[in-house]
Design a protein around this ligand. Structure first.
Ligand SMILES: [Zn+2]
Ligand SMILES: [Zn+2]
Length: 389
């Protein structure tokens, strides 16, 4: 990046959403009808749009209940929107999409759970639908009622890009998982680690989990720091730091190269240790939830916990656009790792004034950002990040 690059983009103008005018219920109706349509697609083509490991948890047959619930709520919110606004304009899309979902649902037959012939290239639409339902049910009310930056709780233009990141990272989770695990399996597959694995799996669940979190965070710290300090890697990680409106959804904005390399490196100790599958699944849930929570725009107080675990205030400092605070708070689980390596920054109850990239001008939109690191030679230099803080 050259110091003379053009000015950073001006923050996008938020659209105000007010309670009682029928827009919120209209958007909810569209959101739920799209989930219903996605659920029908999963039921119709499970071999192409569902995830074998995840199906063991939720059971395919239960998607029908999810479908009924989404349709009922979509119609209820459409009716609410029409009544509140006095116009059918915002209610109509939800009703139409729901109608398509109902038409498409006709003739769906139960599929035996184990009879599907699938590859890692199947899209995980089931994971996308269920995760966005769970996360939005948790984090939208938290951000709405306890926001750190109230002006950020309205719809802003960045959320569209972030939603695409969220969708693609979920749809491609099986391919990404294969890429993430391949290096560890290739490097350490024949090392005869069975004795170590037996010793580790004999440990209590919580001890294994704590060990997994600690080792993965240490490796993640190293990878994350490398992504900040190696110019070639920064090209990819700059995409994540381009977020100006940091919130629970924005945390998904990560370049695929960043995702695969960081996770593959963090997975190495987990593979070598050979933690049990239950611990591994628990770890995956924790890392996913903590990553979303760390980006959430919320002032919910965490008390002394904020010194023990990574919380929103801690990670928002990592996104500060003030060069004095660059290269701080790399950890994703335990802040003490940053203390250990001299990159800890948590000043009382203060939050960063603003976030994003101070001197770099990245393009908007998923596809442009996907190709940007491969095209941009200017992104190699990073003068502001190189200055010690
Ligand atoms: Zn970073
Ligand atoms: Zn982040």
């Amino acid at each position: 990046m050259s110091p003379s690059t053009s000015q950073p983009p001006t923050p996008t103008q938020p659209q105000r959403l007010r309670i009682g005018e029928g827009r919120i219920s209209g958007y909810l109706s569209i959101f739920l009808s799209l989930l219903a349509l996605g659920t029908v697609i999963c039921l119709r083509f499970p071999e192409l749009f569902t995830t074998p490991r995840f199906r063991e948890v939720y059971q395919l047959a239960n998607l029908r209940w999810l479908l009924v619930a989404c349709l009922l709520l979509a119609f209820a919110f459409a009716l609410t929107s029409a009544l509140l606004s006095g116009r059918p304009r915002l209610a109509l899309p939800g009703v139409l999409i729901s109608a398509v979902a109902i038409l498409f649902a006709g003739g769906v037959r139960p599929t035996a759970e184990r009879s599907l012939d699938q590859t890692v290239f199947a899209l995980s639409l089931d994971w996308l639908i269920i995760d966005i339902l769970v996360l939005s049910a948790i984090f939208i009310p938290i951000e709405l009622f306890f926001p750190q930056r109230p002006e950020q709780t309205k719809l802003h233009l960045e959320w569209k890009t972030d939603l695409v990141y969220f969708a693609i990272s979920h749809l491609l989770v099986q391919v990404v998982a294969a890429l993430v695990t391949a290096p560890a399996e290739t490097l350490f597959g024949g090392w005869g680690l069975e004795r170590l694995h037996e010793t580790v799996t004999a440990l209590p669940f919580l001890v294994q989990l704590a060990l997994a979190m600690l080792l993965a965070d240490l490796f993640q710290y190293a990878a994350h720091r490398a992504f900040h300090q190696v110019p070639l890697l920064w090209r990819f990680h700059a995409i994540h730091h381009s977020i100006r409106t940091v919130d629970w959804l924005a945390g998904s904005r990560l370049h695929l190269v960043d995702v695969v390399l960081t996770r593959a490196f963090s997975y190495l100790p987990l593979y070598v240790m050979g933690i049990s599958m239950q611990v591994f699944y628990a770890y995956v849930v924790i890392v996913a939830l903590q990553a979303v929570c760390a980006h959430a725009n919320t002032r919910v107080p965490f008390g002394v916990l904020k010194f023990i675990l990574v919380t929103p205030q801690y990670h928002h400092w990592h996104h500060s656009d003030d060069p004095r605070f660059y290269d701080k708070n790399f950890a994703i689980h335990f802040p003490f790792i940053d203390r250990l390596f001299g990159t800890f920054h948590l000043p009382g109850d203060e939050w960063p004034a603003s976030m994003g990239l101070a001197n770099e001008n990245l393009p908007d939109g998923y596809l442009r950002q996907l190709v940007h690191p491969f095209r941009s030679s200017r992104g190699v230099e990073r003068s502001t990040h190189d200055s010690p803080s």
